[in-house]
Design a protein around this ligand. Structure first.
Ligand code: SF4
Length: 346
């Protein structure tokens, strides 16, 4: 089989360069971008404002690079978890989360993950590869519910800033007027705190940032998230403080509550001390127990006490509704299962 490069996922300037190389007019680049990111075409031949010969040249060298999901699981609460094909026969997960006034798609940025967080199924799966900008965006473009999507979060499989170039390219395509034209206020990128990537993201993009915090104590945080050894929490917070982010751009901290581990009064006190002066919000998250991992979720009474204690310290705090628990929507279980199934077949 002849391997062809993909058009989907290229930026306007890359498409302009490409059409010039094919001997076509430069403005075809913008027209192709609009076909790719603003329409629902499934073939190059549907780009009807390009000449027939240009379409033939494109077909010769390129694939569109748009793929339907291969599997879906639907939760009792309406959350859906899709399995999208990626290169080399791998899969990534995408969650569709409908709510009363909005619908969010949670997309993956890598196949698996290198970061090895103790509480995460994807972390247990290990790293299999980077997603291209096209593979990242195809999770939105080929989502059956695409036209209902109001918000995009990069909180699926992988650490976005460990795939920085492709993630930044995908954000440019999502927000550009020649691309999906989404407001950056509708997009949140989540990181466990890769400081160099975080800096570049804060400089180059206007999208919101979510940082996985999970414990205000460095040693405890390192135990949950080994990356803390390289990028300690105080340096992450200093980096955020060094940017003048204004009120338009939201900084949130994700905090999964684990029973008898990070849900005590001393955690609340230390969080309040550390976050003092940062205009932010803490999102508390109920832990979904994962097979083979000993961590347990905090009970409801403790969670509510923790939430109220943070609020009483003046910290804006929300308790995220648990969505898709029955289909493991918060971790890489579906793709891990698919990987294991394939390995068994081989
Ligand atoms: Fe990777 Fe995120 Fe899982 Fe950590 S929580 S292992 S960064 S996918």
């Amino acid at each position: 089989m002849v391997f062809k490069d993909k058009l989907f996922g290229l930026k306007r300037d890359e498409l302009e360069k490409l059409v010039l190389e094919l001997g076509c007019p430069q403005f075809y680049g913008r027209q192709i971008a609009e076909w790719l990111y603003k329409s629902n075409i499934r073939t190059i031949d549907e780009m009807t404002n390009l000449s027939k010969s240009a379409r033939a040249l494109l077909n010769d060298k390129y694939d569109l690079g748009i793929y339907n999901p291969e599997n879906v699981q639907t939760s009792a609460d309406g959350t859906k978890k899709y399995l999208f094909p990626a290169h080399q026969g791998m899969f990534v997960e995408t969650a569709y989360i409908p709510e009363v006034n909005r619908a969010t798609v949670c997309i993956s940025s890598q196949i698996g993950c290198k970061m090895g967080c103790r509480f995460c199924m994807t972390g247990q799966q290990g790293f299999q590869g980077q997603l291209t900008a096209g593979e990242i965006l195809n999770q939105l473009r080929s989502l059956p519910e695409k036209d209902t999507i109001t918000n995009v979060v990069y909180m699926g499989m992988g650490e976005p800033f460990d795939n920085l170039i492709n993630v930044l390219d995908s954000l440019e395509i999502l927000t550009a007027d020649w691309g999906f034209g989404m407001s950056s206020k509708r997009i949140t990128v989540s990181t466990i705190g890769i400081i160099p990537g975080m800096k570049e993201f804060l400089e180059k993009s206007k999208c919101h940032l979510a940082v996985s915090l999970h414990s205000p104590f460095e040693e405890e945080r390192k135990d949950l998230m080994p990356v803390g050894k390289m990028y300690p929490l105080h340096q992450i917070l200093d980096t955020i403080r060094s940017f003048n982010l204004g009120r338009q751009r939201r900084i949130s901290f994700e905090y999964i509550l684990f029973k008898d581990l990070n849900d005590t009064v001393s955690h609340v006190k230390e969080l309040a001390r550390l976050l003092n002066g940062i205009h932010c919000r803490i999102n508390l998250i109920r832990y979904h127990p994962i097979p083979g991992i000993s961590l347990q979720p905090s009970d409801d009474v403790t969670i509510i006490k923790f939430e109220n204690a943070l609020k009483s310290k003046g910290i804006r705090t929300t308790l995220r509704a648990s969505r898709g628990q029955d289909i493991f929507a918060a971790c890489g279980l579906l793709s891990t299962k698919e990987l294991l199934r394939q390995n068994q077949r081989e």
